[in-house]
Ligand binder design. Sequence first.
Ligand code: NAD
Ligand code: MG
Length: 383
Amino acid sequence: MKNITLLGATGSIGKSTLSVIDQHPNQFNIFALSANTKWQAMLELCRQYQPTYAVMTNEEAADKLQSALNNDTQVLSGEQALCDIAAHQKTDYVMAAIVGAAGMSSALAAAKAGKRIMLANKESLVLAGDIFMDAVKHSGAELIPVDSEHSAIFQCLQGGRSGLSKIQLTASGGPFLHTPLSELQSITPDEACAHPNWSMGRKISVDSATMMNKGLEVIEAYYLFDLKPEQIDVVMHPQSIVHSSVYFDDGSTLSQLGNPDMRSVISYAMAYPQRISSGVAPLDLASNSPLEFYTPDLEKFACLKLAFEALKQGGNAMGTINAANEIAVDAFLNKTIGFLDIPQVIKQTLAQTKHAALNNLDAIIANDQEARGLASQIVAKYA
Ligand code: NAD
Ligand code: MG
């Protein structure tokens, strides 16, 4: 029986994780759950799973949960509590599924404590890739990606990486793959969040529509698989059936395929190196044909281009674009700025930030805060 600490339990990945756990009650036990503000949803989860700990990052939400609960679950609050449950000696596996930079310190705490980290929070690697991978190496933690593309690559590399020449991340192109650039500015948040293949949280859904999600994934892959930037390629694949590919020197390409449902990825991370049922239907290739592939349009999807530029710049550039993106997406979701203003805010924030190498967590957090401040000022000009 493995004790699971599920960070971000009320989100899209959180729910899919619970669905996999429900199917294997003799293999996995919920040890701790976390959420931000949704204490009523957490109350339901505590009644159902009876975790030892429930962390609400928001203090007021923690108080409300505590007074509504009448079982043995201990309610904690704050960011430090997230790190404590992630590193707790009784935690075996941590599902890091908090959205955004807010998920970094708890994922890093799990890495330092030598846990199995099932990493959905790609922002941890974008912000602190070197520190994170160092922590994994030194603690002996197991890092298993919970991002469909990276899981695909991880699976394709199970036979080893001898002769690996490049990896290729697939990108659906989101809801606007065929929408002309001239029509994008008037897109509404609900239109941007209506992903044709995947059901996800709102932030990552907007990131998929701008393709910043793919940009963050390029950076995620760079750290996870220890590659050079030029070994990472992106191809548009609107059907989201081929989840990514690995190219080898002998002309072979390995790809991983499946229906677009994160429960496959999550169950793989939980059972690795075994495979268990996930509830996802087997793939029917004939009914999904034709599978299409295109080269991405980097003028239309300027965020992807910016992410490649940030990766090549290195240092604080990646944390800066991530912070600016979080501010810009939030402003877009609140209808303060338009869809095409998102890449503009990121581009200007990056241009106005002095290049610096970031060697420790304090510097990373300071850069994140500074970039958020700058991006907020730029957003105010567009509002
Ligand atoms: P979501 O918005 O559905 O859920 C986010 C979770 O994080 C919620 O439980 C929320 O309570 C918690 N949270 C939000 N802000 C917080 C804060 N400030 N402090 C503490 N907790 C906070 O998001 P999601 O779609 O489940 O995505 C979660 C992560 O997984 C993201 O990093 C995303 O990029 C990644 N991911 C998601 C998918 C997907 O299919 N949804 C696929 C690949 C990767
Ligand atoms: Mg992905």
